[in-house]
Design a protein around this ligand. Sequence first.
Ligand code: BES
Ligand code: ZN
Length: 614
Amino acid sequence: MARLDPHSYTESSQPLAKHVALTLYFDFAARTIHGSALLTLPAAHTGPLLLDTRSLLIHSVLDPHTTGPIPFSFPSDPTPDPVLGQPLCLSLSAQSAALVVFSTSPSSSALQWLSPAQTASKAQPFVYTQCQSIHARSLFPCQDTPAARLVFSARLNLPHPLTAVMAAARAAAPRDPVPGEAGSACPDALWCAAGRSVEEFIMDRPIPPYLFAFAAGDIAARDVGLRTRVHAEGGAALLDAAAREFAGAEEMIRAGEALFGPYEWGRFDLLVLPPSFPYGGMENPMMVFLTPTVIKGDASGAQVVAHELAHSWTGNLITNKTNEHFWLNEGFTTYAERRIVEVVQGEEMAALNMGIGWRGLNDEMDRFKDNMEFTKLKPNLEGIDPDEIYSQVPYEKGFQFLWRIERQVGRPTFDVFLKKYIAKFKFQSIDTETFLEFLKANLPGIENQIDLKQWVEGTGIPPDAMEPLSSIYSKIVSLSNEFKLGNIPKKQEVANWSGQEWELYIENLPKSVEPSQIAALDAHYRLSESRDYEVKVAFLQLAISSGCKEYFGEVERTLKQVGRMKYLRPLYTALVQGNAEEAKLSARRIFAEARDTYHPIAQGVVESILAKHS
Ligand code: BES
Ligand code: ZN
């Protein structure tokens, strides 16, 4: 018996399911989904089959052909692992399929249920999923490792007037329920009750479970481009703004295809979520999920869209086998994102993003100075919750590694290599060793030119990483250095700065400065009131670390408006990290008041920040 992945109970000696058919009945009042998952194996199997579950109630397991019961047990009963959950062991006898009947629970971490008050339109409830990295198991029983790719079909039963979207293709228009079609998932009396409708979807390309995604609510849509439509709850004004913000999507897809090969997913739709969405974006295939904070009215959401689009090649086509190889996913995507940005927004903007990334990578070295394992490209994650150690390291060290290789072999050669790599491993889940072998085979001699072992297994930032110098980057960094001498940038120096320039400027300031300087900077440029959350949060973080109490109110408003972890993390950390008792107390009070509005993943992350500094 050997596990395939430190974050899954999946056994390497057992077959991986190739298909799952899901039937899901949504009970908004009880914040519960009653469902069934029909898992199909490549061939008949006899013996145990371990599945991952967490916060699921398993009602029964049936043989779909005979409808007879399949014996099952919970080997770790009664103490589920807080991170991994509880393995469900089916005992199969020459069976190639099993129907697991289950219910989610209100604490299922893949789901956020929003009351009407928590939505933009305030009229209807909303629910959405976030399965990366290991939350799919709280939604349906599965082999929840990216090593296991599967295709699926899904049948969703919703109350009027809610509609659903999925990271999948729509198989049929919404229709009335039909008796009998729910099988064991739920009684016909519920399934066919008045005011229910059924929506069906299909994903015919094999995906890892973390890319399974849906949302349901009062969702409407606008066309943006040939293969792109934007969906959102929140009414016409939000949709119009989103459609404007994302108008460049088609140009980006074409840029991606020119660089990395055909776009393999058919549609590239976007879903704008309510503000509690815990990430900037999530690359769910065919339907990228986005935070509403990317809509700023200045087309700057482009970077996030470029990133999630880039995953269509690096991540969704080639997936990391386990989270220890996460850099294959995010490092490649960060590299690919910047190549797309370079085409559509120019070299300067790409260089600026690289500069922000470099700053971020250096900050992570400080964060992990007592735990250098997490500065490795390929860390040991045995016993570690991936949400806990989420960092810029796989993104930015991964980016630096690929950029280093590009510098060594030259861009034309590297571009040929990239296309070949994607074509070779598409629809597979691979590990770092597989990448390295392919690298050495296709760029002969590379191992003599670059210390691959140091890049992959070493801690810290390798000496041949490179600070991404460009004129705009150097200018901003020198203005940040000027600030230390008491100089605030002049109006004409910042005249055409967008959010990204400000972000880089603020992030290059010392971590704590004279409160009077903070006040002076804000008096000039109103950074604490910026509509751009990247700028506002960077500024507020600096203000709190510098002991400026007058910003507590703005920090509290921000922490209650948005649930994106990129903003929650630095603000809560800044509040609790110093010695100020008052700041610590506010952090606890604000969290107690805002907790229910955060996604379960974000709740966990904030709880651990508060616990670390108690
Ligand atoms: N796949 C990630 C988000 C993610 C990572 C969710 C790990 C859960 C676990 C996504 O592609 C991402 O990186 N989003 C960034 C966008 C940014 C890099 C442009 C984010 O959310 O900030
Ligand atoms: Zn990503």
